[in-house]
Design a protein around this ligand. Structure first.
Ligand SMILES: Nc1nc2c(ncn2[C@@H]2O[C@H](COP(=O)(O)OP(=O)(O)OP(=O)(O)O)[C@@H](O)[C@H]2O)c(=O)[nH]1
Ligand SMILES: [Mg+2]
Length: 373
């Protein structure tokens, strides 16, 4: 700058022009005061605009969250999501009830075949049919149509999940979402974050799938959608260290629930399992009193494969529940019955679509009603 008389920043517009031209200029006190007042007014205006923008954003977010939490239409969504199961699996059962002329071995065999084909699993099918036979004998039932309600009751009995299974929602808890590649872990973290936030919980999410850069980006999108803060690490970072950071953040912010996404693919299964164990240890060490939920996410469309995946994860982790996703994509919703009875681990949530509101608490009554309605 050519100006050799001024070393400070211009205090008024006229002084700025003078400085640019290299002319000596000294504004009056009144001019300086007027310029300061003008600057303060501009700052206040900008702050107000930012505040209004933030308010608009929060209102929009609140509307989306309320829509996600609204119970109206929840049952319709479940019914829509289970349409394939209703049309196929239940449709086939209905035709046995209406088509059979008597309750004989053929009748039971036909039911058995449909239950097995509907992915209900051998053990649960046996239990359901044994229960049905007993009731038929006890109540001296002769009409196959009368077995319909009895079968529904037996199916419901196989799936009951007590309310105690959702205690973690009311406590300080750390939820680990685990499962193989592509089953819907990240999506479920996002949906659950929105659900808990709508319940006024302080939620945090940890992007502990550092195996692919895209995984963190995907969870960031869910963080935006649900308005829930996310703790991330660099690509390739140790997932346990991301969980460690997230636990510190959860403590600092006094969060109610920390939801951790994990990787579904590592170059071998042993690594994946070791990684989960390490994350487990970090949580135990850093937040020993927290309620732990290890939820294995299973894709309902993979049928019996889902069962063997759950068994493998159960061998390395204390599974506390199951999220069964993509129920809208399968005609064999009976898998939910198989999982519960074969593994003895409760299905806590089911996914019935890709949108934020498409994760529902599993309710055996609603499920049976939705498919047999
Ligand atoms: N139709 C339907 N699609 C779902 C559901 N849940 C998840 N998806 C879809 O399944 C695909 C995989 O979901 P992700 O959440 O990325 O699965 P992930 O387990 O995190 O996958 P990786 O991180 O690759 O292991 C996405 O296209 C989701 O939109 C569901 O309940 N219904
Ligand atoms: Mg993922």
């Amino acid at each position: 700058m050519e100006n050799n008389t001024t070393t400070h920043a211009p205090r008024t517009a006229a002084e700025a022009v003078a400085m640019m031209k290299g002319i000596a200029y000294e504004p009056t006190k009144e001019e300086i005061r007027a310029a300061e007042l003008e600057e303060e007014r501009r700052k206040a205006q900008r702050a107000k605009e930012r505040e209004e923008e933030e308010k608009r954003r929060l209102e929009e977010e609140q509307r989306a969250l309320e829509a996600a939490a609204r119970p109206t239409g929840l049952f319709d969504k479940l019914k829509d999501g289970l349409a394939k199961t209703r049309d196929n699996f239940v449709g086939n059962l209905e035709s046995v009830f209406s088509g059979a002329s008597s309750i004989d071995d053929d009748f039971y065999e036909e039911l058995e075949e449909i239950l097995i084909m509907g992915d209900v699993g051998v053990k649960a099918t046996e239990e359901i049919l044994d229960g049905l036979r007993e009731q038929v004998k006890e109540q001296r039932i002769k009409d196959p149509m009368e077995c319909r309600q009895l079968l529904i009751d037996q199916i419901r009995k196989q799936m009951d999940v007590g309310q105690a299974e959702y205690a973690f929602e009311q406590e300080r808890s750390v939820v680990l979402m685990i499962g193989v590649n592509g089953v819907g872990k990240t999506t479920s973290v996002g949906k659950m974050a929105a659900k808990l936030k709508a319940m006024d919980k302080k939620v945090l999410m940890a992007a502990a799938d550092t195996f692919r850069a895209a995984a963190t980006e995907q969870l960031k999108e869910w963080s935006n959608r649900s308005g829930v803060e996310i703790i991330c690490g660099a690509e390739g970072a140790d997932p346990a260290s991301v969980v460690y950071d997230a636990l510190s953040a959860a403590r600092a912010r006094n969060a109610d629930v920390l939801l951790c996404d994990t990787a579904g693919r590592l170059h071998n299964k042993k690594n994946l399992m070791e990684e989960l164990k390490k994350i487990d240890r970090v949580i135990e060490r850093e937040m020993p009193g927290a309620h732990r939920e290890n939820l294995v996410v299973l894709d309902a469309t993979t049928g019996q494969n889902a069962l063997s995946q759950a068994r493998e994860f159960a061998s390395v982790s204390d599974l506390t529940g199951i999220i069964l996703t993509k129920m809208d994509g399968t005609a064999k919703g009976g898998i939910v019955i198989a999982i519960q009875s074969e593994l003895g681990i409760p299905v806590k949530y089911i996914g019935v679509g890709e949108k934020i509101e498409d994760l529902q608490k599993f309710d055996a009554d609603a499920f049976v009603q939705a498919i047999f309605a």
